[in-house]
Design a binder for this molecule. Structure first.
Ligand SMILES: Nc1ncnc2c1ncn2[C@@H]1O[C@H](COP(=O)(O)OP(=O)(O)OP(=O)(O)O)[C@@H](O)[C@H]1O
Ligand SMILES: [Mg+2]
Length: 466
């Protein structure tokens, strides 16, 4: 492909957001944490830049893997998740603690690449399906019409050509009429019969923990392709049939092989793996390590080739991990990034610290993001015909309470806002929609204080409730 063509191709993709634009997008969901946003924005843009670089250099440019360090509930996962959405990139979040060293029972680290590939394949398939949706719907409609009005049998001997033509014309008219009724949903409740492939008998259950899935092989699919497909006739309403047949038609229109190839390319060039709890596999070095520490180090060692770049076998084919972006994250309360084995530290060159959230952050988190909690609850209650509003002082009081409980009991960051709001609104959420509840509820500072102060004052109580 010429350079211009490459450029043109990538112009269409969301990667073209500049770092500043990426941060601006992230700002819509995450309050503060500017450094972390900047780092991930640069990492994302660098991937796009890499694709524009001449080929011989392109392969040399490594992703800026990042370690995000910060207490719980301050936005680490949220930043990574939003970033992946922005980039339309295959995204996988895994806990580092989930893995065991190769050779032990449990998930090996390569499985994350297989999972990521699976996600990418589904993503591409969904996109392709959406593209052909309209065509598939029309095809499905025709198939339903075929069932409702079986096509005419051609020329009977006794008939003249004229009468055949006449009959065909009439038939077309009827078909048009039925098509209109079908589109208007007037036939939705009718029952029709469809011949559908019967579901395969699950075979995998008998396999042990070291299943073939781990090797990226799916017996069921292999057998499924060998064994003849059985069909079974079943009854459906027209409405159901439309959904089923549209799906079936869409499947037929998608070139699975091409979709798979595209998915693998997408994993390789824009996949993002979010490795949570990385601090939990770091062990204080220098101390005589034994037992779990040894195996934690083993997991770290297993991670090295994947993070640095290797080929992993998946059931869709080989996947090169060289340019997958890894974002590791952890609180690092007990261990430090320097407790990771040096080789792994070296593969995560960028460190960003996220800050503990303040009271004024909480005020913003409650109100500003597109998915802000207050907006969520207002939307929930709107479905019951209740307008829920919070006056400014009430919001500040909630933020203050969240901050205090975090200080006094345990700092769980923005998640505290969830627990506080559910406690605050419990009665309303329970009673709605009840005649006694006014159609407009304004939460005031006084209400917040009344509801929460007794709980906050009692440390034991707040430990359980908030
Ligand atoms: N800075 C922030 N701005 C807006 N919302 C936030 C912020 N920090 C956290 N939240 C909200 O709090 C919740 C938890 O955040 P998140 O999952 O990112 O925590 P985390 O930092 O990954 O914590 P953990 O270390 O426990 O995994 C999410 O619902 C998120 O929307
Ligand atoms: Mg998290």
């Amino acid at each position: 492909m010429s350079k211009q063509a490459t450029l043109a191709k990538h112009k269409q993709e969301p990667h073209e957001l500049t770092p500043r634009e990426i941060v601006r997008e992230l700002d819509k969901y995450i309050i503060g944490q500017d450094n972390a946003k900047k780092s991930v924005a640069i990492a994302l843009r660098n991937r796009w830049r890499r694709l524009q670089v001449p080929e011989h250099l392109r392969e040399e440019i490594m992703p800026n893997n990042i370690i995000m360090i910060g207490p719980t509930g301050v936005g680490k996962t949220e930043i990574a998740r939003r970033l992946a959405k922005l980039a339309n990139a295959p995204f996988l979040k895994v806990e580092a603690t989930k893995f065991t060293e190769v050779g032990y029972v449990g998930r090996d680290v390569e499985s994350m690449i297989r999972d990521l590939t699976e996600i990418a394949v589904n993503m591409v398939k969904a996109e392709k399906t959406a593209e052909v949706q309209e065509k598939a719907r029309v095809q499905a409609e025709e198939r339903i019409l075929d069932i409702l009005l079986p096509p005419l049998r051609r020329t009977r001997h006794a008939e003249t050509t004229e009468t055949t033509e006449q009959r065909e014309e009439e038939n077309d008219k009827t078909r048009d009429r039925f098509r209109q009724m079908l589109r208007a949903g007037q036939l939705d409740d009718r029952t029709i019969e469809l011949d559908l492939p019967t579901p395969q008998i699950p075979l995998m259950q008998v396999m042990g923990p070291l299943s073939l899935e781990e090797m990226g092989i799916n017996i069921q699919e292999m057998l499924g392709n060998i064994l003849p497909k059985k069909e079974k006739r079943r009854k459906f309403t027209v409405a159901e049939a439309r959904v089923i047949l549209t799906q079936e038609e869409a499947q037929k229109m998608i070139d699975i092989e091409k979709a798979t190839k595209e998915a693998i390319k997408r994993v390789e060039n824009s996949g993002i793996v979010f490795l949570d709890e990385i601090d939990k596999i770091a062990s204080a070095r220098g101390q005589a390590s034994a037992g779990p520490d040894v195996s934690r180090e083993g997991v770290q060692r297993d991670l090295l080739p994947i993070v640095e770049g290797s080929s992993v076998t998946t059931k869709y084919g080989m996947v090169k991990t060289d340019h997958i972006l890894f974002i590791a994250s952890g609180a690092f309360h007990v261990s430090k990034p320097s407790d990771l084995i040096p080789e792994l530290q070296g593969r995560f060159p960028i460190r960003v610290e996220l800050q503990s959230l303040t009271e004024s952050d909480f005020v913003k988190i409650l109100t500003l993001p597109q998915n802000a909690l207050i907006k969520q609850y207002s939307a929930l209650l709107a479905t019951e015909g209740i307008t829920l509003e919070f006056d400014e002082k009430a919001v500040r009081e909630i933020a203050k309470t969240a901050y205090e409980v975090n200080e006094q009991v345990e700092n769980i960051g923005a998640r505290r806002l969830h627990t506080i709001l559910t406690t605050l609104l419990e009665e309303l959420l329970y009673e709605a929609p009840n005649g006694d509840i006014p159609t407009r509820v304004v939460v005031t500072e006084k209400m917040v204080k009344e509801k929460l102060s007794s709980i906050v004052k009692n440390r034991d109580l707040s430990r359980y409730i908030l």
